[in-house]
Ligand binder design. Structure first.
Ligand SMILES: [Zn+2]
Length: 202
């Protein structure tokens, strides 16, 4: 979900979220537990509509503290998250080196980077190190843009590189992570480089 609270996209997601407001606590808990069952053992794009729906439900459940009330049992494959005690559902993002894997229930760090097991941590480290300078192109200041000569071309090249790196995240890296977690979500876009989910094919 977008982080800028005033953006039109955020308002749209807020509107989508109204669909869940009529769910009572028990209905919400059961819907989430059942949907976690569908997620189990699989790799999911962040842009997947089912995941978008789940994230809206998760936000509401977090506000209502639904998981504390233990109204429905999540599938046994999901351990309790250390951050907010919701079932463990990690998201891999390009910020994995600094932020670790992100919780889909509270949006905080679910697991610190150094808690990710080897050897996948080493692969993630190399991947994040390759991604950082590519992503940085979107945020070059005027001087950096000028020194590049043709900034449009540099931007386009960076977007292409990001597509390739994101495909690697959704492919090889997510497959390595699913060995350790009940389900894995990967961020399949780079909004700063204008890379959309449909541009990324693992
Ligand atoms: Zn959490």
């Amino acid at each position: 979900m977008p982080s800028n609270a005033d953006s039109p996209l955020d308002l749209l997601w807020k509107e989508y979220g109204f669909g869940f407001r009529d769910f009572d606590d028990l209905t919400l808990a059961r819907w989430m537990a059942q949907t976690l069952g569908q997620f189990g053992g699989k790799i999911w794009r962040l842009s997947h509509p089912l995941l978008g729906a789940y994230r809206l439900a998760a936000q509401l459940a977090y506000e209502r503290q639904t998981w504390f009330k233990r109204l429905a049992s999540p599938p046994p494959a999901y351990p309790e998250s250390p951050c907010c005690r919701a079932p463990m559902l990690p998201l891999l993002t390009r910020d994995v080196r600094d932020a670790g894997l992100i919780c889909q229930h509270c949006n905080e760090t679910l697991l610190n980077f150094d808690e990710i097991p080897e050897p996948v941590r080493r692969d993630l480290e190399a991947w994040a190190a390759a991604y950082a300078p590519v992503h940085a192109v979107a945020h070059w200041d005027d001087a950096q843009q000028k020194s590049a000569g043709d900034y449009d071309r540099a931007f386009e090249q960076a977007a292409k590189d990001a597509e390739r790196l994101l495909a690697q995240a959704g492919g090889q890296l997510a497959r390595a992570l699913i060995e350790f977690y009940p389900a894995v979500i990967w961020e399949d876009q780079d909004e700063c480089l204008e890379v959309r989910p449909e541009d990324v094919t693992p």
